[in-house]
Structures are given as structure tokens and as C-alpha cells.
Design a protein around this ligand. Structure first.
Ligand code: ATP
Ligand code: MG
Length: 265
């Protein structure tokens, strides 16, 4: 696959924090329009990989290309214009607690410095509608909202600038099954309405099954399996066995009719 077809291309990527090696020789092409899920144990480097893709971390070795251009060596302005094409739903601190719902969503729009307040108002309302939050909640502060609402509003903020590339770090963590299902449906709707590439990290198998086109499994500092869910589940690796063959894994996969290699029918 050529660079043009990879929205993100990682080549020989190494990530280190001091002496702690998190990634060793990661190679990955994120294709335009796909939802790729990063799975792996806690501390396997899913969030760190997304931060590399956003240019928030500098690789110890290797290159990261986003929209065809290498991030390393980008000046601030170029990095900012790349980030304006990306939306991010962070794992922690999804919203700024000191800002209202309205101001949280308006923030990336205001930072552009090209939109007047009237336009921003219309856009904020449109984004709230998109995530099914009533306008009357716009003036509320994050502390007044439920976990499910916070995730939706954080998604509205991530979508504020109509990104081509969306990063979702544990988008359904902490939501009960019903809210989680609603959130997944919301992302599915957005996908059909917009041309969007999504990189998502998740521990949640239902979210993984419902949304991902491909799955990349991070373990042993590397991508140990990459492919469709069916392909990945068939790879012989202790993490994959534990993650997909546990009770929850079987339940989530069972709903889709997946059968693990070696299963007794
Ligand atoms: N800024 C940093 N400084 C030092 N160590 C870091 C930093 N960021 C991440 N790490 C370390 O890198 C490793 C990978 O962290 P990361 O947050 O990417 O894991 P994760 O796969 O997202 O885990 P989780 O499933 O718990 O979210 C961890 O050991 C973490 O402590
Ligand atoms: Mg993480």
C-alpha cells in the first residue's frame, strides 16, 4: 500500500520513556475510512501510540506519517494544521471542568480564529444535536452531567472541526451496557454520514465487535496480530487467548457467530 492510501503510516517506530521501552519496531498503515481498534493489556502502549500519531510524543526511532507527511520535524504551525484535521476523545479528562458544555465544544472552533461567535453558536448547537444532547444542557458545567452525557459531549467536541481522522481512547469505558450501546450506535451513525477514519483503543469487546474493521493487538512492545477480528482471534498468543477466550470474550464473539480455533462445537 502506498503512503497516499494510508492516513497514518508508522514505520519502525520505537517509543521509550527513560529506560522503559514501550514500543519496539511498530509498523502500521491506517487506511482511509476504516475503524482500526488497538487492543492490548493495560500499559501495552495504546494511548502512547495514539499520542505518537498526534505528534504529542516524539519517537525514539522510526517515522510517523499523517496525511502523507512525516510529523517529525514539523514546525508548530504545520503540526497545528494537521491536528485541526483530527478529533480526539481522550481517555482521561474528556472535558475541561472549568468550562461549560458550550464553551468546551466551542473551544477548538475559537482556537481557529476564523469563525465569528454567531457561526460558532450555530456549529455548537449542530454538534450537540448530532450527539443527541438537548440545547438546554449547553450552559451546564461538566460536574452537573452524567458519565454518558460527558462522553457524548466530548465526542461533540472531538467532532467540532469535522475531522477526517478521529481518535477514541476507551470511548465506552465507565459506561453501563445500555449507554455504551448508545454510544456505539452514535459512532456508527457518524461513520455512515461522514467520511471518517477512526483509531480507537478499547478494552470493551462489545465495542470492538460492533465498530472495528481491523484490530491491531499490542503485546511484547509490538503489534503481534493485525487483521479482521476473525483473523486476529485465530492468532496464537497468550494475550489473545486470555482476552478473547475469557467468558466476556466468548459472549461478545458468540453474538457474531465467531468460532475460535480449537473450539469444540
Ligand atoms: N509520559 C510518560 N512518561 C513516562 N511513562 C509513560 C508516559 N506515558 C506512558 N508511559 C508508560 O508507557 C506505558 C504505556 O502506557 P499507555 O498509557 O500507552 O498504556 P495503555 O495501553 O494505554 O494502558 P491502559 O489500557 O491502562 O490505558 C506504561 O507503562 C506507562 O506507564
Ligand atoms: Mg490507555
Amino acid at each position: 500500500m502506498t503512503n497516499g492510501e494510508c492516513v497514518i503510516r508508522l514505520e519502525g517506530l520505537h517509543t521509550r520513556f527513560g529506560r522503559h521501552v514501550v514500543h519496539e519496531d511498530i509498523n502500521l498503515c491506517v487506511r482511509r475510512g476504516e475503524v482500526i481498534a488497538l487492543v492490548g493489556g493495560s500499559g501495552s502502549g495504546k494511548t502512547a501510540l495514539m499520542r505518537q500519531m498526534l505528534g504529542l510524543e516524539v519517537p525514539a526511532q522510526g517515522t510517523v506519517r499523517v496525511f502523507g507527511e512525516p510529523l517529525h520535524g514539523h514546525d508548530r504551525k504545520k503540526l497545528q494544521s494537521m491536528r485541526n484535521r483530527c478529533g480526539v476523545l481522550f481517555q482521561k479528562g474528556a472535558l475541561f471542568s472549568a468550562l461549560s458544555v458550550y464553551d468546551n465544544i466551542a473551544l477548538p472552533m475559537r482556537e481557529l480564529r476564523t469563525l465569528d461567535e454567531g457561526m460558532i453558536r450555530d456549529l455548537v448547537m449542530l454538534k450537540l444535536k448530532m450527539v443527541d444532547i438537548e440545547a438546554r444542557h449547553a450552559s451546564k458545567m461538566p460536574a452537573e452531567l452524567s458519565g454518558g452525557m460527558i462522553k457524548r459531549i466530548a465526542l461533540a467536541r472531538a467532532m467540532a472541526l469535522d475531522p477526517e481522522l478521529l481518535f477514541l481512547d476507551e470511548p465506552t469505558a465507565g459506561l453501563d451496557p445500555e449507554l455504551s450501546e448508545g454510544f456505539v450506535e452514535l459512532i456508527q451513525t457518524m461513520r455512515t454520514e461522514l467520511t471518517l477514519t477512526i483509531v480507537m483503543a478499547t478494552h470493551d469487546l462489545d465495542t470492538l465487535v460492533a465498530l472495528s474493521d481491523r484490530v491491531a493487538v499490542l503485546a511484547d512492545q509490538r503489534i503481534v496480530a493485525l487483521g479482521s477480528l476473525r483473523e486476529v482471534v485465530g492468532v496464537d498468543h497468550p494475550f489473545i487467548t486470555k482476552f478473547f477466550r475469557g467468558e466476556r470474550g466468548q459472549k461478545a464473539l458468540g453474538q457474531t457467530g465467531y468460532v475460535m480455533a480449537g473450539d469444540v462445537l
